[in-house]
Every structure is written in structure tokens, then in C-alpha cells.
Design a protein around this ligand. Structure first.
Ligand SMILES: Nc1nc2c(ncn2[C@@H]2O[C@H](COP(=O)(O)OP(=O)(O)OP(=O)(O)O)[C@@H](O)[C@H]2O)c(=O)[nH]1
Ligand SMILES: *[C@@H]1O[C@H](CO)[C@@H](O)[C@H](O)[C@H]1NC(C)=O
Ligand SMILES: *[C@@H]1O[C@H](CO)[C@@H](O)[C@H](O)[C@H]1NC(C)=O
Ligand SMILES: [Mg+2]
Length: 381
């Protein structure tokens, strides 16, 4: 006889069993599809991204520096004193995988003065110049025209709803700073290109080429390694605000732009796709230019950095995709990169060339179901 208790146990066992079967088949499905991608259709898909041409590589594999020019560029990181262990972990890899050959200068920024201990640990890692900068107060803090009562209510609600960093004011300051101010810092004025690095990231492959020179010679504006959708709760009115900007400033929107990456219905709605901005190699003059500055001012005045939790990733991505022609965007296939919890791992010949240590079969975000790379690809189909 089936008592209610036995019935309950039976239901629980069946549900758990089904769950197990489904998750195992999902795993098998995803690894099977990623393998088939390497062997079949997926390969063609990934190969269509241009690789960095030979002229940007150094021919020698013995560490000899043979490129005779350098770009106008710097490696930039925003960090707190407390981030030091993650900072040196990332920068040591940048040095080993790339910069010990090139010696591009570093700029490290903070909203508080860096401690001597922090500066010493960073400077020890490299022979390149390192400059440590303090962020001006107005570039970091919530402007006084933001209604703090309204803003703090939003933080409370988002924290209650477990929106990631939804309750944090410093995180909002950081997103606004990265969206509209870092490129105006005096230490960056002398540079045209930058590579943004964050604490605690991983670079899997040797970079036997100069990505800055590639960007500069080919007049690229923005490059990325991972693209994905933003959390909807953090950007509820962002697209509406962008549309107002587009309607008011049609002359600033680039012909032949990348709108098709951002929208599946010709601009009516935002599909939340963005380039993951914890990695970016991009043109500072583009951000400092009239179009982007007016776009940023428009967003800033709308208040969504504080009344919602607009991230610098969607803000940069929408700016780059709308205000530059799509040919000026670039996907760096050969840069193996991880920021928790996602990674891009180069495949086939590039994997070998870079002596990468990531697993391209089982952990590569490119054509994961959550990746926005297919929406980038369709710009060029
Ligand atoms: N100086 C300073 N830097 C910050 C602050 N908050 C974040 N950052 C830096 O801004 C960048 C992004 O912050 P993260 O905490 O990495 O945010 P995230 O990448 O969205 O999320 P996780 O890496 O998953 O925590 C990193 O380079 C941080 O070191 C801050 O209050 N002050
Ligand atoms: C490194 O390799 C290059 C090209 O193969 C060669 O010309 C150069 O002499 C080598 N340098 C050293 C130090 O072995
Ligand atoms: C580098 O770029 C910046 C910004 O465009 C420019 O002001 C500076 O003169 C350039 N430096 C060199 C050496 O070309
Ligand atoms: Mg991070």
C-alpha cells in the first residue's frame, strides 16, 4: 500500500532521477556539439574571423624582439589597494605572455591613493614604466543632481532581489567611471590605444604578435574576446534612453554600424548583447571624440548609472556598435582569456601557435548557448 510518505519519497526520487538524466544528457550534448564544431560546421564558423596577419608577429621563437615599431599604447588597470594579489596575478601573466617583449607602459588607477606596498609589488614585475594615478573626485562620486533618496531605494530593492552588485554604490561609481571618465584621466592623455586588464584574470596563450599595432594600422576602434547578454534588471530603461539619443542625433550614428549585434528587430528592442568589457583593447580617441562624449552625457543625465545599475560593458558596447562602422570592431581569436566564469580558448592552428593551456573542446565560450558571438558574426554575413 502506498502511504502519503512513501508517495512523497517516490516523487522525490523520480524528480531527482529525471534531473540527473537531463543534466547528464545536457553535458553530453554540449560537449558533443563543441567537438562537432571543431570537426565540422563550427570550424568554418570560427575560421571566418580574421586572424592577426603575419606581419604583426615576431618570426623568432627564441624571445628575440624583431618588430621594429611600437604602437601609441598603454596597458591600463583600475584597482583598489585590497585587490593587490589579483592585480599581480594578472599583470605577471600579461608580462610573461606578451609584454616582456614589448614593454608597453602601464597605468594603474584608483579612487584612493595606492599604498607603497601596492606600488612596490607591481613595479617589481616589469621593466616597463608603471604610472599610478589618483582619480579626480568628480570622476568617481555620485553627482549631486542624482536624487539620493530615489537611488538608495533602488539599491535596497535590487539587494533584496539578489541582483548582482545591485546594492552597491562603489560598483555604480566604477561602472560610471569606466563608461565615461577613465579615458579622460591625465595619465592616459598621451596614448591612443589601451588594453584593459582586471585583477584575477587568466591569459592562456603566448601572444607572439602586437595587438596594439594591429589595431592602429587597421584603424580599429574596439576589440573583444567574449560577448554575452547583460542582466535585464540592471538596464531596464537603457535602450529607451539610447533610442532617444539616436532620434536626437541621427548624424552621430555611423552608417554601416553594428546595430545588428545589439538588436534582433532593427533597433526596436535591445537583445542585451554586449562585449565583456573586463577585456578590451580599444581606441581612447574614439571615447574622447564628440559622438561618444555626447552619447555618454545623454546617458549620464538620464541617471541610470544610479537609478538602475547600468554597466560599462553595455554602455561601451552600444557606443562602439552604433557610433563606429562595424568594420572597426574586432574579435581577437588568438587571445586565450578567462574572467570568471567564462573563457575564450583559441582553437586549431591558433591554439598551437599560442601554446595555449586551456581546453578548446570543453571550455570555450564562443558558441556556448549563452554567447552573443553569433550575433556579432551575422553583422558580416
Ligand atoms: N579603485 C577601485 N576599483 C574598483 C572598485 N570597484 C571595482 N574596481 C575595479 O573595477 C574593475 C571591475 O570590478 P570587479 O569587482 O572586477 O567587477 P566585475 O568584473 O563586474 O565582477 P567580478 O570580477 O565578478 O567581481 C576591477 O578592475 C576592480 O579592481 C572600487 O571601489 N575602487
Ligand atoms: C632568434 O631567431 C632568429 C630567427 O630565427 C635568429 O635570426 C636570431 O639570431 C635568434 N637569436 C638568438 C639569440 O638565438
Ligand atoms: C599618441 O596619441 C595621443 C592621443 O591621440 C596623441 O596626443 C599623442 O601625440 C600620440 N603620441 C605619439 C608619439 O604619436
Ligand atoms: Mg572583474
Amino acid at each position: 500500500m502506498i502511504t502519503p510518505w512513501r508517495y512523497l519519497i517516490l516523487v522525490v526520487v523520480v524528480v531527482l532521477g529525471l534531473h540527473l538524466i537531463l543534466s547528464v544528457s545536457h553535458e553530453a550534448y554540449s560537449s558533443a556539439t563543441s567537438i562537432s564544431r571543431l570537426l565540422g560546421t563550427g570550424k568554418a564558423k570560427t575560421q571566418k574571423h580574421d586572424a592577426v596577419p603575419d606581419q604583426y608577429h615576431w618570426p623568432a621563437d627564441n624571445g628575440t624582439f624583431v618588430l621594429d615599431r611600437r604602437a601609441n599604447a598603454t596597458i591600463v588597470m583600475l584597482a583598489r589597494n585590497g585587490d593587490i594579489n589579483g592585480v599581480v596575478k594578472s599583470l605577471k601573466q600579461v608580462e610573461d605572455r606578451f609584454n616582456k617583449r614589448f614593454r608597453y607602459p602601464y597605468v594603474i588607477l584608483n579612487d584612493e591613493p595606492f599604498l607603497d606596498h601596492f606600488k612596490e609589488r607591481v613595479s617589481k614585475l616589469t621593466d616597463a614604466t608603471v604610472e599610478f594615478g589618483l582619480i579626480p573626485r568628480d570622476h568617481w562620486h555620485q553627482p549631486e543632481w542624482i536624487d539620493e533618496e530615489k537611488a538608495s531605494k533602488v539599491r535596497e530593492t535590487m539587494a533584496k532581489n539578489n541582483v548582482i552588485y545591485g546594492g552597491s554604490l562603489p560598483y555604480r561609481n566604477m561602472c560610471r567611471f569606466n563608461s565615461g571618465f577613465f579615458f579622460r584621466h591625465e595619465l592616459l592623455a598621451k596614448y591612443k590605444y589601451y588594453w584593459r586588464v582586471e585583477p584575477d584574470v587568466t591569459f592562456f596563450c603566448d601572444l607572439n604578435f602586437d595587438p596594439f599595432l594591429f589595431m592602429q594600422d587597421n584603424d580599429k576602434v574596439y576589440s573583444f574576446t567574449i560577448a554575452l547578454p547583460e542582466y535585464g534588471e540592471t538596464i531596464e530603461t537603457l535602450w529607451q534612453t539610447v533610442r532617444e539619443f539616436m532620434e536626437k542625433n541621427p548624424d552621430l550614428i555611423a552608417p554601416n554600424n553594428g546595430l545588428g549585434f545589439l538588436s534582433d528587430d532593427g533597433g526596436l528592442t535591445y537583445n542585451r548583447c554586449h562585449f565583456w568589457s573586463n577585456f578590451e583593447i580599444a581606441d581612447l580617441d574614439f571615447w574622447r571624440g564628440e559622438a561618444y562624449m555626447r552619447y555618454f552625457e545623454h546617458l549620464d543625465k538620464a541617471g541610470g548609472f544610479y537609478y538602475e545599475r547600468w554597466g560599462d560593458a553595455p554602455v561601451h558596447s552600444i557606443g562602439a556598435a552604433l557610433l563606429a562602422p562595424k568594420e572597426k570592431l574586432h574579435f581577437f581569436r588568438e587571445i586565450g582569456y578567462r574572467h570568471e566564469p567564462f573563457q575564450h580558448c583559441p582553437i586549431s592552428d591558433l591554439h598551437k601557435q599560442g601554446k595555449c593551456w586551456c581546453d578548446p573542446l570543453l571550455d570555450n565560450f564562443d558558441y556556448h548557448w549563452y554567447s552573443c558571438l553569433p550575433k556579432y558574426d551575422r553583422l558580416f554575413e
